[in-house]
Design a protein around this ligand. Structure first.
Ligand SMILES: CC(C)(COP(=O)(O)OP(=O)(O)OC[C@H]1O[C@@H](n2cnc3c(N)ncnc32)[C@H](O)[C@@H]1OP(=O)(O)O)[C@@H](O)C(=O)NCCC(=O)NCCS
Length: 327
């Protein structure tokens, strides 16, 4: 049976950093509040002229360089984002042009913070059914472009980043062993950006509608569902992989809140060093958190060939999912 193997990883964090101390000057907050409630210390913010695909391109080039796969051989680009450069053309086509890859499948999809996991799930199916051989999966988010920097409830949480992997066809045990993706649209009001789409287009907006161009979140309600969905998704992915919690060498959970990560770690009965955390220096970068953390964990040699990795995420939609991967 064919499966998708991770052949290369890459990531990009913009240069500009906003620290908790910087936020003390912007909104009524404190380093102490942000650190104890979230674990976040700083986040990277893209320049005004730096778009989601600009960041994606750098992460993608780094992933391709480290993969041993030529960009000529990429036959599918999957692009997870909720902050695309524009409605269309999609980011995958922009990347295809900039990377000069061949005629290929070029698809953007929106699954918020679960975007990367949805991408792994899709990529594994495309490779298993021989619809693609070498897939570039990119997750890139410029959340600063939809963040209200006067709203202390949300602005301290989010950052900008891009992460990418090259997935290649494998007939060995190396690769995605099992994955799960799910949704609960009845809770879609908990995390959303309502304005700017066909329901509320820019040219129909009144002055009271402008706030709807920013991300809205009911943090408390999200928190409760996040832990339950991330842990159950990981359980489903383990079942599909024919693995157990004790088989996991490491997990990389979606980096949204350290308290959520701690609860997932307790569920998985893992030691602290088996759970990769970089949230303190990135904040929540939506779909990009897991591929950025994965790239760092591999570069820091915290993950090695043969290790069994669990990734699990949760996000707006609501969406959730997990995957179990042999590195
Ligand atoms: C957002 C979150 C950090 C808030 O933490 P919390 O412990 O639930 O805090 P509460 O919502 O109870 O808010 C407590 C108080 O802090 C205030 N507060 C909110 N943001 C604040 C900030 N940045 N600085 C200081 N105070 C803040 C609130 O206004 C509230 O004040 P009030 O009691 O006077 O109304 C937390 O709910 C969370 O992380 N939720 C999940 C978010 C998430 O993961 N989203 C992404 C999903 S992919």
């Amino acid at each position: 049976m064919l499966r998708a193997r991770i052949a290369g990883t890459g990531s990009y964090l913009p240069k500009k950093i906003l620290t908790n101390k910087d936020f003390e000057k912007i909104v009524d907050t404190s380093d102490e509040w942000i650190t104890t409630r979230t674990g976040i210390k700083e986040r990277h913010i893209a320049d005004d002229n730096e778009s989601t695909t600009d960041m994606a391109l750098i992460a993608a080039e780094r992933a391709i360089d480290s993969s041993g796969v030529s960009s000529d051989d990429i036959d599918c680009i999957l692009f997870a984002t909720v902050t695309p450069d524009m409605n269309f053309p999609n980011g995958a086509c922009i990347l295809q042009d900039k990377l000069q890859t061949q005629n290929c499948i070029a698809l953007d999809f929106s699954a918020a913070c679960t975007g990367f996991i949805y991408g792994l799930h899709l990529a594994n199916s495309l490779i298993a059914t021989e619809q693609a051989k070498n897939i570039l999966l990119v997750a890139s988010e410029k959340l600063s472009s939809i963040t209200d920097y006067t709203d202390r409830n949300t602005c301290v949480l989010f950052g900008d980043a891009a992460g990418a992997v090259v997935l290649t066809s494998s007939d060995t045990s190396q690769g995605i062993l099992g994955s799960y993706a799910g949704s609960d649209g009845s809770k879609r009001e908990l995390l959303k950006r309502e304005g700017g789409g066909s329901r509320l287009p820019y040219n129909k907006m009144g002055p009271f509608d402008y706030a709807k161009l920013y991300l809205y979140m009911d943090g408390k309600a999200i928190f409760k569902t996040a832990v339950q969905r991330m842990t159950s998704s990981l359980g489903f992915a383990l079942d599909k992989a024919g693995k157990k919690l004790e088989d996991l060498d490491m997990i990389i959970p979606h980096q949204a809140n350290l308290r959520i990560i701690e609860m997932v770690r307790e569920f998985a009965k893992l030691k602290e060093e088996q759970v990769y955390v970089n949230l303190h220096k990135t904040g929540n970068t939506s779909a990009a958190t897991i591929p950025v953390a994965l790239d760092e964990a591999i570069k820091e040699k915290k993950l090695k060939t043969g290790d069994i990795l669990g990734v699990t995420a949760f996000g707006g939609g609501l969406t959730y999912g997990a995957a179990v991967i042999e590195i």
